[in-house]
Design a protein around this ligand. Structure first.
Ligand code: SAM
Length: 306
């Protein structure tokens, strides 16, 4: 191979570094770029190599690629000797990818919306990466973090603004349910930014490459899912006090609990954790929110088992 620069399918050649070549290839194959599906191809070869390096793959590793497009990253990963499962929603691109890579026994493609096809996968991967479509990046990352098995390393490219929300700290404007959830499950780091000229078509925004490494002592999958729902509920009413937000959440989770009982228990839990009930949830750290969640969860579990 040639470092993923040029690749051929029947008579058609594609140079992944050249917008003109990509455009010609798409036309030859009766395809067009869809804005709705966030199709921006990474045409900067050095950036593609940096992402592959960041993935730290070894030969034989099982890797998932979300949104391979027409294969600019796919070809580099296959050159590394990994077993690659590629998830692509665009059936025109699927046809192209099959034409380019199906002779490689390390390549398999899963057609359709990754948010629907991930759950049917039997073999957990050791790496996941993707230059994600901007408008569904958060949904895809949240979905992955709630999966049964987490890989050792994940690398995603997304809009810089979205990446900053993932790593934001308490009390900042970017701090969100995703910041809390990501920080509770993984060590999250922005590795580097990518200027818009590295893509074709050129997006209006800068992108960032984000690395997620699951924490050694991670929660169980069901706990992750439940905590993710809790954090979303807590951040959905940002103007309410913590007491009111939690009261509402408890009432929804356990409608049979009396109001007075909820208030008494809640006060006791927050007192024990030295948390002021009149603050807003968004000033609490991920660890504090998790501690609150754990106590409330235990309380609800014991009150329903009686
Ligand atoms: N990986 C290619 C690259 O870097 O040049 C293309 C990346 S492009 C930003 C995003 C890709 O994700 C497109 O191929 C698009 O069709 C695909 N995609 C968008 N939504 C998807 C979804 N829900 N499930 C699977 N693939 C999706």
């Amino acid at each position: 191979m040639n470092g993923g620069l040029t690749i051929s399918m029947s008579q058609n050649e594609i140079n992944y570094d050249s917008p003109a070549s990509i455009q010609a290839f798409l036309v030859q194959n009766g395809l067009a770029v869809s804005k709705r599906l966030g199709q921006n191809f990474l045409i900067d070869r050095s950036v593609r190599s940096r992402i592959v390096k960041a993935l730290e793959v070894e030969e034989g590793m099982h890797v998932w690629e979300i949104g391979p497009g027409i294969g600019a990253m796919t070809t580099l990963l296959l050159d590394e000797g990994v077993r690659l499962s590629a998830f692509e929603i665009d059936y025109g691109f699927v046809r192209v990818l099959e034409g380019l890579f199906s002779a490689n026994e390390n390549f398999s493609i899963i057609k359709g919306d990754v948010l629907k096809t991930l759950c049917s996968q039997k073999e957990p991967p050791e790496r996941i990466f993707g230059n994600l479509p901007y408008n569904s990046a958060f949904a895809i990352i949240s979905y992955i973090l709630e999966m049964e098995f987490l890989p050792q390393r994940m690398i995603f490219t997304l809009q810089k603004e979205a990446a900053q929300r993932m790593v934001a700290g308490p009390g900042t404007k970017d701090y969100s349910s995703l910041s809390v959830f990501c920080a509770s499950v993984c060590d999250v780091r922005i590795l580097f930014d990518i200027g818009s000229s590295a893509f074709w078509p050129r997006p209006r925004v800068t992108s960032s490459v984000v690395q997620l490494i699951p924490k050694k002592k991670s929660m169980s999958a069901s706990e992750r899912k439940d905590f993710s729902d809790f954090v979303r509920a807590v951040f959905s009413s940002r103007r309410k006090t913590l007491r009111n937000t939690l009261r509402f959440w408890m009432k929804q989770r356990s409608p049979s609990l009396r109001e007075e009982e909820i208030d008494t228990r809640l006060r006791a839990i927050l007192e024990e954790l030295l948390i002021d009930p009149s603050i807003r949830a968004e000033v609490l750290t991920p660890d504090e929110l998790f501690a609150v969640y754990r106590q409330l969860h235990a309380l609800l579990a014991s009150s329903t088992s009686c």
